[in-house]
Each structure stands twice: as structure tokens, then as C-alpha cells.
Write a protein that binds this ligand. Structure first.
Ligand code: NAD
Length: 260
């Protein structure tokens, strides 16, 4: 699907982003990965993508909090591989707190990383995509782009923002061979979900099992976590020619959560 194409996946040192980067590489794309973590572990991951799939893989340590770093990351990726054909805005963080106690810096960081970074990345990638008349912009959004949950005001606001950004970009580039879509997973078993369990236990005065079954999977009628590979498969599909009329939309992969 992606032979001779070049992709950038933000926040891809872990979880969903890493699965998407590996799935793109499996389809023949060169990929730039990004995110934080232990330097040796990241280098091992980068090298294994090259070794496993016979593509080029580079790493950018750009911080999605910082617009200038986002722009430079996109320009560097484009220069290194000669084009940037697929952008996945995936980096994201979560913080769980009642709104009247929500730390200001956490609220702003969530909006920056989950929403504002996407603006800078899209702005930087579009000129090249328009010139080449082909591009795929995909954002890892969330069921929280469509519905809310208590104690997640920043995240819900950021992800609803991604829905609006996706629609607007899709309209602006509809005649340029570029699509813009968001994927809206329900609960996917990744470090991001694992890390919010202690805070949710505290906020709701619950045990770990209660949080998993009564809070997380309570919303998911299938009673199963989504897998990172299921999300990555949708990202690959959105890059195919069959998907070229899918644009401006948010595709749910949430075990029926938002059907309720
Ligand atoms: P994760 O914590 O496993 O991965 C997040 C990635 O983002 C990591 O690579 C991390 O290093 C990177 N990152 C964090 N802050 C960054 C920054 N300032 N600059 C650059 N990189 C940064 O989480 P995940 O669950 O794989 O989440 C990926 C995306 O999926 C997020 O946008 C998240 O909101 C969304 N999502 C996750 C779930 C879920 O249940 N796990 C559900 C819906 C949506």
C-alpha cells in the first residue's frame, strides 16, 4: 500500500503510534518516529523497524508542546526522505481531575500536545502534499472526540477540537488529492490507559479491578479493550486508494461505546 511513500507518526515510541509506524513500515513506507522514552529502547525500536521491514526509519525527539519543534520535525522528515506523504498526529497525554481542581499547566499541556501540535504539523506538511497532489492526514482522536466523561475536561476538549480541525482541513484540501480523517478509539490497552488507573482509583475511590470493569470497560459494550493493531489497520486502510473518498470524518473503533 505504501511502497515509495514516506510517513511521520508523532508520539510513536509507544502504544498506538508505535503500532501504526510498524504497520506503515510493513506496507513499505519509510517512517519517522517521534516521542519520548529511554534512548537505548528507542534506538532498538528504530533499528528493528528497519531490520524487520527493509525500510528506512529515523527518529525525531521533537517535543509536541512546542510549535517550532513540531514545524522543524516535519521539515526535517520531508528533507530526509524527499517527501512526506502521510502524517499521523498521534502524540497525546491524559490527565484525570475534577475541573475545579485541574492543574492549569496540565490543562494547557493536553491542549498543546493533543490539538495545537496537530495544527503546526498540518500547516507544515500541506505545501508539499499539495504540490505532489497526494497526501493522507490522520489523527488519533478518541471516543472522547464525540462524547464526554467526567474528570477529563482537557482531553475531551482537545479531542473535540481534533474533530473540528479534521473537518476543516478536509474541506480546504478536498481538491488536492489529500484526505484528512481521525480515528476514534475507545479504550485501547496501552501505557496511557494503564497510567490513568491510579488517578481514577483516587478520584472515584475504587479498586483497580473496579476501575477496569466499572469505569473503563463500562462504556464499551463489547467488554473488550481495542488493540493497537486494530487501530493501526484502520490507519493503513485510510492510506489506500479505496479510501480516497473518505475525508473529514471521525471513524469510531470503540466496541460500540458511542452507539449508546
Ligand atoms: P502512549 O502513552 O502509549 O503513547 C503516547 C506517545 O506520545 C508516546 O510515544 C509518548 O512519548 C508521546 N508523547 C507524549 N508527550 C509527548 C510530547 N510532548 N512530545 C512528543 N511526544 C510525546 O499512549 P497511547 O494510548 O498509544 O496514545 C496515543 C494516542 O491515542 C493519543 O493521542 C491518545 O489520546 C489516543 N487514544 C488512546 C486511547 C487509549 O485507550 N489508549 C484511546 C483513545 C485515544
Amino acid at each position: 500500500v505504501l511502497t515509495s511513500k514516506n510517513a511521520l507518526v508523532t508520539g510513536s515510541t509507544s502504544g498506538i503510534g508505535l503500532a501504526i509506524a510498524r504497520a506503515f513500515a510493513a506496507e513499505g513506507a519509510n517512517v519517522t518516529i517521534n516521542g519520548f522514552g529511554d534512548a537505548d529502547a528507542i534506538e532498538k525500536e528504530r533499528a528493528s523497524i528497519e531490520a524487520d521491514f527493509g525500510v528506512k526509519c529515523r527518529y525525531s525527539g521533537a517535543n509536541m508542546m512546542n510549535g517550532e519543534e513540531v514545524t522543524a520535525m516535519v521539515k526535517d522528515a520531508e528533507a530526509a526522505f524527499g517527501s512526506l506523504d502521510v502524517l499521523v498526529n498521534n502524540a497525546g497525554i491524559q490527565f484525570v481531575s475534577p475541573i475545579d481542581e485541574f492543574p492549569d499547566d496540565k490543562w494547557e499541556a493536553i491542549i498543546r500536545i493533543n490539538l495545537i501540535a496537530s495544527f503546526y504539523a498540518i500547516k507544515a506538511v500541506l505545501p508539499g502534499m499539495k504540490q505532489r497532489k497526494w497526501g493522507r492526514i490522520i489523527s488519533t482522536s478518541s471516543a472522547h472526540a464525540l462524547v464526554a466523561s467526567p474528570f477529563k475536561s482537557a482531553y475531551v476538549s482537545a479531542k473535540h477540537g481534533v474533530t473540528g480541525l479534521t473537518k476543516t482541513v478536509a474541506l480546504e484540501v478536498a481538491r488536492d488529492g489529500i484526505t484528512a480523517n481521525a480515528i476514534a478509539p475507545g479504550y485501547v490497552w496501552t501505557p496511557l490507559v494503564e497510567k490513568q488507573i491510579p488517578d481514577t482509583m483516587k478520584a472515584r475511590n475504587m479498586t483497580e479491578e473496579q476501575v477496569k470493569n466499572d469505569v473503563l470497560l463500562a462504556a464499551q459494550p463489547t467488554k473488550e479493550f481495542v488493540t493497537v493493531d486494530e487501530v493501526a489497520a484502520i490507519a493503513v486502510f485510510l492510506c489506500t486508494d479505496s479510501a480516497k473518498q473518505i475525508t473529514g470524518t471521525t471513524l469510531s473503533v470503540d466496541g460500540g461505546w458511542t452507539a449508546e
